[in-house]
Design a protein around this ligand. Structure first.
Ligand SMILES: *[C@@H]1O[C@H](CO)[C@@H](O)[C@H](O)[C@H]1NC(C)=O
Ligand SMILES: *[C@@H]1O[C@H](CO)[C@@H](O)[C@H](O)[C@H]1NC(C)=O
Ligand SMILES: *[C@@H]1O[C@H](CO)[C@@H](O)[C@H](O)[C@H]1NC(C)=O
Ligand SMILES: *[C@@H]1O[C@H](CO)[C@@H](O)[C@H](O)[C@H]1NC(C)=O
Ligand SMILES: *[C@@H]1O[C@H](CO)[C@@H](O)[C@H](O)[C@H]1NC(C)=O
Length: 181
């Protein structure tokens, strides 16, 4: 008896949640930014397996806003910061794919605060926050594929070494990668 009444209710609730999610696109974890999409201050980009998030934040005792990637499971563990040298002083900042195909951070006045700064990109690029915590810029059609990334946050580390990062140290061929606190 009890099982008979519970199963339909369970199915009903699941269907309702699914419907709500489909309508609102609210429950889906979005891990990709394509041309025309923005991550505004307050929005969140989440890796597919929910381990990492990209969002705006203020450090303790500061009102400045920075774009950071952090471990979702431990909100204290920031692993990467984009505009560390160019803080935004309000909550109108935007993270998006710029018209030149780069990943950019703009302040409330649409001025460039930070860019992945790659030259010669097509205007059809997309960025995905991978399950490793790596933010990868590639051509939209090869997102998730194995083709070479145009840019990746693993190549511009902040203060955190993550599994899967490569740290070339052959200065003879110009390889140099620095971590900064
Ligand atoms: C933030 O401010 C409080 C109170 O002044 C202080 O105790 C704390 O150490 C500060 N934290 C940082 C990270 O500066
Ligand atoms: C935006 O522009 C206004 C007016 O020029 C200026 O006062 C303000 O500081 C600017 N804001 C940012 C975030 O640069
Ligand atoms: C982009 O790269 C150029 C040349 O390396 C450099 O002068 C410029 O400051 C960089 N811009 C940003 C936003 O990082
Ligand atoms: C992207 O570039 C192509 C080819 O240069 C151009 O035809 C198209 O209008 C551009 N699209 C946007 C959104 O800028
Ligand atoms: C990016 O690729 C997806 C999937 O292939 C496609 O649906 C979408 O329209 C593309 N976006 C742009 C801006 O080209």
């Amino acid at each position: 008896m009890e099982t008979n009444t519970k199963i339909p209710l369970y199915v009903f609730l699941l269907s309702s949640i699914f419907l709500l999610c489909s309508l609102a696109q609210f429950c889906y974890a979005v891990d990709t930014v394509t041309q025309g999409k923005t991550v505004a201050d307050g929005d969140i980009l989440t890796s597919e397996d929910q381990t990492f998030e990209l969002r705006f934040f203020s450090p303790e005792n500061s009102t400045f806003r920075f774009v950071r990637i952090w471990y979702k499971i431990d909100v204290q563990a920031v692993v990467w910061v984009a505009n560390r040298d160019s803080p935004i002083s309000n909550r109108n900042g935007v993270f998006r794919i710029g018209v030149d195909g780069n990943i950019v951070v703009l302040n409330g006045n649409n001025s460039l605060v930070w860019s992945s700064n790659v030259t010669g990109l097509s205007n059809n690029t997309a960025a995905v926050l991978q399950n490793t915590g790596n933010l990868v810029l590639s051509n939209n059609e090869s997102i998730g594929g194995t083709s070479r990334a145009h840019w990746q946050s693993f190549d511009e580390p902040t203060d955190t070494f993550l599994p899967g990062m490569r740290v070339p140290v052959n200065s003879a061929i110009g390889e140099f990668r620095a971590f900064r606190s």
